[in-house]
Design a protein around this ligand. Structure first.
Ligand SMILES: *Cc1c(COP(=O)(O)O)cnc(C)c1O
Length: 385
C-alpha cells in the first residue's frame, strides 16, 4: 500500500527516490506487545506530529483496524485531519485549548482536555450553546509544570466538573516528566500526587471518571502502578525506547526505514574539497556519490562530519556539509552505481543505522529525529513479505 501527499507516476509509484518505508506488520507487533504488557489497561496510541513522522492518517487507520479504542493527538488540527479522513473512534486532544476553538472541537466530536476551571466552564458553555455534549478529560499537573491544574488545587476542578451538565467527564489524567529515567523517585512522587488527587472521588463517595491515565512510554515500561485504566503509548509504539537508560521490559522494534538512491558518482582528486564551506577534503583520490536528501527533508545539517549511511552492505561517511537537498558520501575506492539503494536509517543484513545514532550525531533525542522528517519525503507502507 502506498499513501502519500505527493505526485506519483501513472502506475501510482512514488517519483522521489528518497522515501520512508513503514512496516505496518511491525507496528502491529509493537501495539500487541504493549497491550499484552499493560494487561487490562487500554492502549491509546499517540499520533501527534504526523504520528511521530510515520504518517498520521495511515497509522491511525491501521491502529483502528487492530482495535485501538482511543487515539491521542496534540492539536485540534490533527484531530480534524483524522475526522476528515473518516476515523471514527474517540480522539483525545492532549494540548491546551483556547476558548474560541471549543465549538470546532465539538463540531468534530473531539475529546477536550480541560486543564483549568475556566476552560472547563468555556467547554460546558459552548456545549450548552450548541446543544451537544462535550467529552472531557481533566488534566492534573503533578510535576511537569506544563498544562493542567496543580495537584494541590485540583479539587476545585474536580468539584467544578460535577457541576457541568453539558460535559461527559470520561477521563482524568496527568503526565510524567521523568518516567524514562533510571532513577524513578521523581516519577513516583508524581504518581503519589495523582493518586492523592483521585482520592477525592472516594472521599466524596463519587465514582471516578472511567478513564484514569498517566503512563507514557516510560511509565508503560517502568511503572506498572501508573497503568490505571489506559496508557498513552507514543514512541514505544513506533519501536523506539524513550531513553537509553529506560528498562526494556517490553520488546519492540522500529518500523520505519529511511532510504534513498545514489544519484551521481564522481572521482574526487586529493585536496579538492567537497560541498559548501569546503570543510572536508581527502588527501588521496576517492570516489564520492551524491544522495538526493538533505536538511530540507529533516536530515539535520548538524550531522555533517558524523553521519554515516549504508550502501551495498557497508557503512560509509557523509562528507562535507549536508546541503538542503543533497549530500555526498565517501565510498573510498569501493563500487557504487547510480540508483543503488542508500539506507539513511534502518537495517540491511547485519548492519543497521538506528534512530538513536542519528540522534547522537545531531545532538538531540530520537523523538526529534522522527518528527523532523518532513512531508516532502513520501511515506510508503509495507507489510512483512
Ligand atoms: C507525547 C505524549 C505522550 C507520549 O509520550 P511517549 O514518551 O512518546 O510515549 C503521552 N502523553 C502526553 C500528554 C504526551 O504529550
Amino acid at each position: 500500500m502506498i499513501l502519500l501527499n505527493q505526485p506519483t507516476l501513472s502506475n501510482g509509484d512514488i517519483i522521489r527516490p528518497t522515501y520512508l518505508e513503514i512496516n505496518l506488520s511491525q507496528l502491529t507487533r509493537n501495539y500487541r506487545a504493549i497491550q499484552q504488557a499493560v494487561a487490562s489497561a487500554q492502549v491509546m496510541p499517540i499520533l501527534k506530529a504526523n504520528a511521530y513522522g510515520h504518517g498520521l492518517v495511515a497509522v491511525a487507520e491501521h491502529l483502528v483496524s487492530l482495535g485501538a479504542p482511543y487515539l491521542g493527538v496534540a492539536f485540534l488540527e490533527e484531530g480534524i485531519m483524522l475526522r476528515q479522513a473518516g476515523v471514527q473512534v474517540p480522539i483525545l486532544v492532549l494540548g491546551g485549548i483556547i476558548g474560541n476553538q471549543v465549538p470546532t472541537f465539538l463540531k468534530y466530536n473531539l475529546t477536550l482536555t480541560a486543564s483549568s476551571v475556566e476552560k472547563l466552564h468555556q467547554i460546558n458553555e459552548a456545549a450548552r450553546h450548541m446543544g451537544v455534549r462535550a467529552r472531557v478529560h481533566l488534566k492534573i499537573d503533578t510535576g511537569m509544570e506544563r498544562i493542567g491544574v496543580h495537584y494541590y488545587s485540583a479539587e476545585t476542578l474536580l468539584a467544578a466538573a460535577q457541576q457541568c451538565p453539558h460535559c461527559d467527564v470520561e477521563g482524568i489524567y496527568s503526565h510524567f516528566a521523568n518516567a524514562d529515567a533510571a532513577r524513578l523517585h521523581s516519577a513516583e512522587v508524581q504518581l503519589a500526587r495523582f493518586n492523592q488527587v483521585l482520592a477525592f472521588y472516594e472521599n466524596q463517595g463519587l465514582p471516578p471518571p472511567p478513564l484514569r491515565h498517566m503512563a507514557n512510554s516510560g511509565g508503560i515500561l517502568q511503572l506498572p502502578a501508573s497503568h490505571f485504566d489506559m496508557v498513552r503509548a507514543g514512541i514505544l509504539l513506533y519501536g523506539i525506547y524513550p531513553s537509553e537508560s529506560v528498562a526494556r521490559t517490553v520488546t519492540v522494534w522500529p518500523c520505519l526505514a529511511w532510504k534513498s538512491r545514489v544519484i551521481y558518482f564522481k572521482v574526487v582528486q586529493p585536496e579538492h574539497p567537497v560541498s559548501y564551506g569546503s570543510t572536508w577534503q581527502a588527501d588521496h583520490m576517492v570516489r564520492v556519490v551524491t544522495v538526493p536528501v538533505g536538511y530540507g527533508d529533516g536530515y539535520f545539517r548538524r550531522m555533517s562530519g558524523q553521519a554515516q549511511v549504508i550502501i551495498r552492505n557497508r557503512r560509509y561517511p557523509v562528507v562535507g556539509s549536508i546541503c538542503m537537498d543533497q549530500m555526498m558520501v565517501n565510498i573510498e575506492w569501493d563500487s557504487a552505481y547510480n540508483n543503488d539503494e542508500v539506507i539513511l536509517l534502518g537495517s540491511s543484513g547485519e548492519l543497521a543505522i538506528t534512530c538513536e545514532e542519528l540522534a547522537e550525531w545531531a545532538g538531540t533525542i530520537p523523538y526529534e529525529i522522527l518528527t523532523n522528517i518532513n512531508t516532502r519525503v513520501p511515506r510508503v507502507y509495507v507489510h512483512d513479505p
